[in-house]
Write a protein that binds this ligand. Structure first.
Ligand code: FES
Length: 95
């Protein structure tokens, strides 16, 4: 899909510029060695840049999350609570 008709910039070219550090329509134009002409593409480019930033922030947040140290279920044993005798399920399991 063409985003900028004046410079024949399609969505792949815009995404490539965003992937390589462009953050605004002006920086997308600079990346492709051109300048805005009619400006009709600017709102679409701005929207694409905003979406790109949101995706990058989401990926950074996921990457910053600590890795799971143990599986949530399965063979890993969970530590027994201090009041295990007061919990009926533990008493049954201990029998
Ligand atoms: S459509 Fe992009 S400058 Fe005209």
């Amino acid at each position: 899909m063409y985003v900028c008709i004046c410079h024949a910039l399609n969505d792949k070219k815009v995404k490539a510029a965003l992937d390589q550090g462009a953050t605004t329509p002006a920086s997308v134009f600079r990346h492709h060695n051109c300048q805005v002409q009619c400006g009709k593409c600017v709102p679409t480019m701005r929207s694409m840049a905003s979406e790109h930033r949101a995706i990058m922030a989401q990926q950074a947040a996921i990457a910053a999350m600590p890795a799971a140290t143990a599986p949530c279920c399965g063979t890993a044993s969970m530590p027994e609570p201090a009041n295990a005798e007061a919990i009926p399920a533990y008493a049954v399991a201990a029998e």
